[in-house]
Design a protein around this ligand. Structure first.
Ligand SMILES: C[S@@+](CC[C@H](N)C(=O)[O-])C[C@H]1O[C@@H](n2cnc3c(N)ncnc32)[C@H](O)[C@@H]1O
Length: 319
């Protein structure tokens, strides 16, 4: 076990006032552990799943199962048959703000989609008429498309453009935009994975600038009365609360929403409702999440699918 770096110590002091909390956060990072895996049921659940399912958290949606530590759901034949998609509980936590979306959603746009977890969660929960999943990095498209094919994610299209293109081509057209932003990935450390330079101020700054650019472009495609969800898997306030504060300053029509089921996880690092899960909570390596509503009244613009230059389409349930 390596001693905590100065940068990690500094971050812990910014995140927690209490020295015990600082110590448990640092301990979770320098002494990583495994967390129970989860699955999203994309098709109907099967009886007698040959995997041990943990007691659900109170707000856990019925299409999610948390499995016992060490379960390998990806090796079960039902996985290959597309019954479920595997993800970690941190992703479930982050996507769970979407449980607060309380109006019908016709179009969902996932701006940072590969390998597809948040897209599939949103598709299953909100059953949109159309799911548009964008992945800007070409070599990550294969896994996104193969997951959608395997899990039979219908009425969906995959696109591959920079967020600025969509801000221009499909403004005010989408009921829900998800930004699961590229980030420094500090929570990977709590899983025993590598994230080189993730605590370094220059990496944090570079990511924060990219996140602001992506969320600003994404905000422009949200329809009046639509939603914008922002999430990361990193701990730095610059990439999380500060991006959200920047967003509402720049686009004052976006109102951050209170998420009742996450109130115990509310971040004390900002006055606006934002939610964090930490590795020392024992459920997952950590996540940040917030949901905004576009309070503008007005007409939603019609979305021209042809303008998107889709690279994969499954409109009829075939793949
Ligand atoms: C945290 S991952 C997304 C995980 C995915 N939402 C899921 O739940 O499976 C962030 C994604 O953003 C993509 N990305 C990187 N740079 C980007 C950019 N400039 N604009 C949009 N997405 C970007 C990455 O390729 C990566 O796939």
């Amino acid at each position: 076990m390596e001693p905590p770096s100065k940068l990690l110590l500094k971050l812990s002091k910014r995140l927690f006032n209490n020295s015990d909390e600082q110590a448990s956060f640092i301990e979770a990072l320098i002494n990583p552990k495994s967390f129970p895996p989860c699955i999203i049921w994309c098709q109907d659940k099967v009886e007698n799943l040959p995997l041990i399912v943990e007691e659900p958290i109170t707000w856990q949606p019925p299409f999610i199962d948390r499995l016992s530590l060490g379960s390998k759901p990806g090796q079960n034949p039902l996985h290959e048959q597309g019954y479920f998609y595997c993800l970690d509980f941190s992703s479930v936590f982050a996507a769970s703000t979407l449980l607060a979306v309380n109006q019908p959603v016709q179009v969902i746009f996932d701006m940072c989609a590969a390998p597809g977890g948040k897209s599939i969660f949103a598709w299953k929960l909100l059953q949109p008429e159309l799911l548009i999943s964008n992945e800007v990095i070409g070599k990550r498209l294969g896994m996104l498309i193969s997951n959608f094919k395997r899990c039979h994610i219908s009425r969906s299209i995959v696109v591959n453009r920079d967020s600025s293109i969509f801000a221009q081509s499909i403004p005010l057209s989408t009921d829900l935009v998800i930004v699961d932003a590229p980030c420094t990935g500090q929570s990977l450390i709590a899983k025993g994975e590598k994230a080189p330079g993730c605590f370094h101020p220059s990496a944090i700054n570079k990511n924060a600038n990219r996140q602001k650019r992506i969320i600003a472009n994404s905000a422009q495609i949200v329809a009046p009365q639509g939603y914008l969800a922002y999430m990361t898997c990193t701990y730095s306030p610059e990439e999380n609360e500060e991006v959200c504060e920047w967003l509402i300053k720049k686009f004052s029509q976006f109102e951050p929403m209170e998420i009742n089921h996450l109130k115990d996880y509310q971040s004390h690092l900002t006055k606006i409702p934002c939610y964090r899960m930490f590795p020392q909570d024992g459920l997952g390596a950590g996540a940040f999440t917030a949901l905004f509503k576009n309070t503008h009244e007005g007409e939603k613009k019609i979305l021209d699918i042809d303008s998107l230059s889709a690279i994969w389409i499954n409109m009829y349930g075939d793949d």
